[in-house]
Design a binder for this molecule. Structure first.
Ligand code: ATP
Length: 237
């Protein structure tokens, strides 16, 4: 039987008087890769940042293995096993690649060198450049670094915010192949993407977010075959 590892119910998040997320509900099973698709401004980043504890929910609930997260501070949520790779890479430019990765373990008592080695196996490019300043990495390498850093906390659930943003097609393919590998090695993944085609190819299930509301959900196959999705998100007529 599947185990619901993350359950979001009637989540509302607002910035002042603007409601960015308007009562959404969704679930992620242990071991699944679930994608949230949506255009710019749909509320995808807001949703992930609220799960991570970086934003406070106005109402609703977020449960992780039955534990309510909505009033928990971010570092505690990381410590429980949820970690986010942010949109826009956000690496520490004046620190080296390896220093950036190690920062991901800030909730741990010590650095687990086998986790570090695993991250270098997933991203050999980061190993080659471990002493390089992160600010001098290419956009794609910074994206790898942001994911590597998130993995350093050994999360059970990895939240990925638009890992393909701004990358050349060949790098998009490489990043998605690595995400697939991370999933296959046992990490549950919630992937937010505008690149619906790449995300649906990888995901087990997906939700479509439009102006703060979930308007459709289904298996990846159902979503890929939906005329509405094909027209609005896959560029087919
Ligand atoms: P994108 O794909 O462009 O990143 P998104 O789906 O991740 O979009 P969010 O970043 O979650 O969307 O934004 C949802 C809505 O909330 C947008 O209308 C946005 O303008 C608004 N918003 C986001 N951050 C803030 C903020 N700090 N203050 C006020 N409004 C905000």
């Amino acid at each position: 039987m599947s185990e619901k590892i993350l359950v979001v119910e009637n989540l509302v998040v607002s910035y002042g008087s603007i409601e960015a997320v308007k009562g959404i509900s969704f679930e992620v099973d242990k071991g699944e890769l679930v994608t949230i698709l949506g255009a710019n401004g749909a509320g995808k980043t807001t949703t992930l940042r609220t799960i991570s504890g970086l934003l406070k929910a106005k109402s609703g609930s977020i449960r992780y293995k039955g534990l309510e997260l909505t009033s928990m501070p971010a570092h505690k949520i990381v410590g429980l096993g949820i970690s986010q790779s942010p949109e826009g890479r956000r690496v520490f430019g004046t620190l080296t690649v390896e220093e950036n990765i190690k920062l991901g373990a800030y909730t741990k008592a010590k650095i687990n060198t086998s986790t570090l080695e695993w991250i270098y196996e997933l991203f050999p490019r980061l190993k080659e450049r471990k002493n390089q300043l992160a600010g001098t990495l290419s956009g794609g390498e910074q994206q790898m670094l942001a994911i590597g850093r998130a993995l350093m906390s050994e999360p059970e659930v990895l939240l990925l915010d638009e890992p393909s943003l701004g990358l050349a097609p060949v790098l998009v393919k490489a990043i998605f192949e690595t995400i697939k590998q991370i999933k296959e090695e046992g990490t549950t993944i919630l992937l937010v993407e505008q690149n619906a085609k790449a995300a649906l190819k990888l995901a087990d299930r997906g939700y479509v977010l439009e102006v703060g509301k979930i308007v459709m959900e289904g298996t990846s196959e159902e979503l890929m075959n939906s005329p509405k999705i094909q027209e609005a998100y896959l560029g087919k007529k």
